[in-house]
Write a protein that binds this ligand. Structure first.
Ligand code: ASP
Ligand code: MG
Length: 418
């Protein structure tokens, strides 16, 4: 059997949903588990709903949710030729919550609200496929994938989930050749909804591929496959035919927005190959990611925009030894904040971080107990794997380099504003 993941862009419009049966036609004789994300930018819109709710702006939250209801209901009706009543149950659950007052933490409410994006999209897609003769069985993934209650970044309970997959998904796949479910979400042992981190549907698909011992996983995207750079940022970006797990995990780690960084491990652990293919040109080959030695890769370019450089300098010329370094890392850990690059010198330490303003401010405040702290914002962290001087010069241009770190394989430079 194979696992497919269709991301938000692949179900963002009427036409794109109508294109799904054509893609699936090619796999008629296969058993498929299909993971689908929320449509288009629904998750962002739901984030706005939950923010308004948490700030006590109930009417605004309800109004924002009303817009989403309208979009989903209208789309379903266009696809099916009649209203889809099942959507109402999902709407009602959220509206009940929005009528209450928040008494728990933000992350809890975030997960209870945001998960509906995936429930709505899969409900619509499943009905549409059945309506088009592509028979499939819809599953609420919250009955299968158990997580802890680390809301917004929940961790899978592998043992429980494995048994559930055995007891529920495997028999369903005997009966029906397609099982269709949600990415990105799960539930705790108390049946609270959880989410796995933004863009987490790739990871859900990999979890299923692992648990079902799938023969491969395919992520369907609006690009030809994995490129060596974001074509929007680098006009000479080229398609890569083949990669290994290691290269893919490094790319995702440095910030390439191709797949969720957690996706590779469950696949690598079982040697399951990953394909990244275009839902616009489904017959084209895409990128093949597996366990292999791959030579002659082009330079792989990753830009991380909106970076901040935090410079920590010791006040009295004392060395930044292991004690102070450990303190800095403890602060990172307690804020759930990860540096993208660090560099130590005798009496200072440099940290490059995502400029999430609340976290940067907290970090600066807490490190100021031990250091003089300076923060510089609006910077770009450029990473090039398999670099050479020509590409480095081309990409840095006339921008000044504030920091540079390199290994034989990878170079990272922090660039000042243009
Ligand atoms: N819908 C979620 C998001 O936009 C998960 C996903 O698309 O993978 O982050
Ligand atoms: Mg997505």
């Amino acid at each position: 059997m194979k696992v497919f993941k269709f991301g938000g862009a692949s179900v963002s419009t009427l036409e794109r949903i109508q294109n799904l049966p054509t893609i699936l036609e090619q796999y008629k004789s296969e058993k498929l588990l299909i993971v689908v994300s929320a449509m288009g930018k629904t998750t962002n819109a739901l984030e706005k709903v939950v923010e308004a709710f948490f700030e006590g702006k109930k009417e605004e939250a309800l109004q924002l949710f009303e817009n989403l209801k309208h979009q989903h209901s209208q789309l379903a009706e266009q696809l099916l030729g009649k209203p889809l009543d099942q959507l109402i149950d999902f709407y009602t659950e959220i509206e009940w919550l929005l009528h209450d007052k928040p008494v728990r933490g933000f992350d809890y409410y975030y997960d209870q609200v945001v998960c509906v994006g995936e429930l709505l999209s899969t409900c619509i897609v499943s009905h549409y496929l059945n309506h088009s003769g592509v028979h499939n069985q819809w599953v609420d993934v919250r009955d299968v994938l158990r997580t802890d209650n680390n809301f917004r970044d929940a961790n899978i309970d592998w043992t429980f989930s494995k048994n559930k997959v055995k007891d529920t998904i495997e028999p369903l796949l005997q009966k029906s050749s397609i099982v269709l479910t949600q990415g990105f979400i799960g539930a705790t042992d108390e049946n609270e909804s959880t989410t796995l981190g933004r863009e987490g549907s790739d990871y859900t698909a990999a979890v299923f591929a692992n648990l079902l011992d799938a023969e491969c996983q395919t992520i369907w995207k609006d690009v030809q496959g994995v490129m060596n750079a974001d074509p929007k940022l680098y006009s000479k970006a080229q398609w890569i035919q083949e990669l290994n797990y290691n290269e893919m995990i490094e790319m995702a780690y440095y910030g390439a927005q191709v797949i969720h960084p957690k996706t590779i491990k469950p696949l690598q652990n079982k040697g399951i190959p990953l394909y990244v293919k275009s839902f616009i040109h489904p017959k084209e080959e895409g990128t093949y990611i597996h366990n292999a030695r791959i030579e002659n890769l082009p330079p792989i370019i990753v830009y991380k925009e909106n970076q901040a450089l935090v410079q920590l300098s010791s006040r009295d010329f004392s060395f930044v030894g292991e004690g102070l370094t450990a303190k800095v890392y403890n602060i990172f850990e307690s804020l759930k904040f990860k540096p993208n690059l660090t560099q130590n010198a005798a009496i200072s330490m440099l940290c490059v971080v995502d400029n999430q303003s609340d976290k940067v401010e907290n970090f600066a405040l807490r490190t100021s107990d031990f250091f003089d702290v300076q923060v510089q914002k609006d910077l770009t962290l450029l990473t090039i794997r398999h670099y050479n001087d020509t590409i480095l010069q081309e990409l840095c241009g006339t921008r000044s380099v504030l920091l540079k770190q390199q290994t034989p394989e990878t170079i990272q430079v922090l660039l000042d504003k243009v």
